[in-house]
Write a new protein. Sequence first.
Length: 226
Amino acid sequence: MNKKILIVAAHPDDEILGCGGTVARMVREGYEAYTLILGEGITSRDEVRNRAKRDAEICELRKQIYKATKIIGVKDVFIYDFPDNRFDTVPLLDIVKVVEKVKSEIQPDIIFTHYEHDLNIDHQITYQAVITATRPMVHESVNTIYSFEVLSSTEWKYPQNYSPNVFVDISDTLDLKIRAMTEYTSELCQYPHPRSIEGIKMKAQLRAMEAGFEFAEAFMLIRNLI
């Protein structure tokens, strides 16, 4: 049986920015990959709430999710609508139960999720929900958890304390990560914003220099049960 990966992300595009190249590589190596996106990911940008406009934008963003995740080889996507940049207004238990529900259905061996001290509050709470939902008890399927970094969130936290200890060579899959990210037309920015094509390449080169690769993604290993 193939090992299974579950990406648990707060917002659309976090899954590509955080681990898109690595997951694409692992799919090529025979893993099954799934994605859970917890938040609708867009309404915090509205100055004035316009339901029709909001619903149309969310619908378009969901189309982008499916296109982007298909490019990196994700088998299925689970999308929820917790409020953008307002996860702290939702009981943590509600988010935990969603993670538990999807986890129970997929039975993943590996989870990729956010870094616990990101600038973005939704990222912080997603991490907390994952750790709560995967307590290492008997019959727990998840034995490995990685935290990823997200451009324009992780590096903007001060003081910076993201210290990766796992580096994955994505020299052969960086192109898929970039192709996937270009599907997020509403999320991609122009350089010198970190969440740009140039920013993605530069980060991959920076992490690669730390590991002796050409292009890399870097993670913090949170748990590994052997």
